[in-house]
Design a protein around this ligand. Sequence first.
Ligand code: ATP
Ligand code: MG
Length: 463
Amino acid sequence: MVLATSLDVETLPPPVRALCERLRGAGHGAWIVGGCVRDLLLGRSSGGDWDVATSARPSEVRRLFDRVVPTGIRHGTVTVLLEGGMRCEVTTLRAERGYRDGRRPDEVRFVNDIEEDLARRDFTINAIACDPATGRLIDPFDGRADLARRTLRAVGDPAARFAEDGLRPLRAARFVATLEMELDPATERAIAGSLDTFRKVSHERVRDEWLKALQADRPSRAFDVMQRTGLLGVSFPELAATSGCAQNRWHAYDVWRHTLVVLDAAPRDAVIRMAALLHDVGKPPTRAWSEARGDWTFHGHERVGAEIADAWLRDYRFSNDERERIVHLVRHHLIRYEPSWSDAAVRRFVARVGPDHVEPLLALARADVTARGRPVDDELRGLETLRARIAELGTRGLVARTADLAIDGRDVMEALGIGPGPTVGLVLRALLERVLEEPELNERQRLLALLPELDARLREGGS
Ligand code: ATP
Ligand code: MG
């Protein structure tokens, strides 16, 4: 196989080349390195993020450029903001030594040799540098050959590299998905021995890798690696426990296999995909044998799953907004639509899940149904019908909460001559039920006219 020995300099963005020329003009070495070189060789876009390695010290880099953010001075990194929203991380060539805590090196030593800098990097495909003036590639670990074979291989001894930094095995799982590569067998075998180091990695860093993995065409590739190497068992034992959890007659796969298929079938959206990953996490603890049905049941798994998801997402520092939306999807992922639903039942469904959650929920439900591995055409048609009916009913002015009613608690107290108390809430709930049946009722005068009758029924202890 003939491997490129250089990159066409025309493919390098002019502002990044200008940045390197500036450093070289001041007497320093400067190379483009890391993920952006790898992505150029793969013909993929790196987004707007570029990495440059230089012999200049951080203080000199800061002197040479105007728009500079000191991102990691201690480790020699400053970020230079370029035109067009591009960012370039400029890192001083360094060697690292001693990782007693499994997270960061005890000693960072600045060096002048690009090859020494490449040797501290995680995978061969990430350890290629490019001379920005000529495009010539510096590839001491044969990263290009691994790229061509689509093999992800640690630089040097994988066990030693993983013992230095526990995040690396998780990065490996992520790259298997995002770059669609296979793990070199020795690199994969080394992960099992690195789990104690992996345990020390901060949950924020784990979360960031999960979110990146979720953007892959087939995120299941990353989670499959995590499951089979034990990384998943460390981060999320309840989710790992879905492997081998057999389901009922409606499913062809165990809970874990099913989860992976749902994950890949879900749209590329972090919240929906995270919900896909967690939607059945409540199944192992709720699994029970039913004599009557002669099959396994999972009663309440969506509620138990939502609780497990909530606790885990807090622990892994997801934002409150993301956490709430994910938990809500897990909680409501079972849509038991029947063609017999009345329009009021459709409106009650929308009110229960909230108008903003309908689309994501239907997307998740579609992926979930498709992933059973058994014929499901009827159910898919049912979800389509539900979507069409919701669109037709028009949920724009939909009354989903008592706060959307045309009268409020004060009106209720005044009209009934009562003070604050649970009755006010009960009356408002009853009004909401009526309005879901008959949306035209949501006018001030019509609601006020309903109050005496509702009040009388509540007093009788009816509903
Ligand atoms: P992406 O930008 O898609 O996350 P990347 O490979 O560019 O992938 P960055 O975190 O941007 O990853 O890091 C840039 C480069 O720094 C990597 O390509 C690699 O050479 C090196 N690197 C990053 N993290 C580590 C690590 N934990 N251990 C060793 N080298 C690393
Ligand atoms: Mg990068």
